[in-house]
Design a protein around this ligand. Structure first.
Ligand SMILES: [Zn+2]
Length: 110
């Protein structure tokens, strides 16, 4: 093997390596990833599902076990017992829009 062919071989290796790196970490990654973010996911909140304000479950109004009208708005529930809880204290469930991590107990020192 003469010197020239070794150099050209090295050149191919270097450019090949760069190409692989570019495909991995550069703009090629987007193509390889195939990870389109546009276009809505056909997932949980696809159609006309609504949320049970008591337990946070998503409920299909057409198959809801219970419903209650509060201030002109219809709320749907996964079960009659959730509806009962809601009707006893609607404000409690409507004001707490984010049920997770609710009971923090405020500031406690000591
Ligand atoms: Zn429920």
């Amino acid at each position: 093997m003469d010197k020239e062919s070794i150099q050209s071989l090295l050149g191919i290796l270097i450019w090949g390596g760069l190409f692989v790196l570019m495909m991995r970490y550069g703009c090629g990654a987007h193509i390889m990833g195939g990870h389109g973010h546009h276009g809505g996911d056909k997932g949980a909140d696809g159609g006309g599902t609504t949320k049970d304000p008591v337990c946070g479950m998503s409920v299909d109004p057409q198959h809801a076990a219970a419903a209650s009208v509060h201030e002109g708005k219809t709320y749907y529930f996964c079960s009659p017992s959730c509806r009962d809880k809601f009707e006893q204290a609607p404000q409690k469930y409507l004001s707490a829009s984010a049920p997770e991590g609710g009971e923090h107990g405020g500031h406690h020192h000591g």
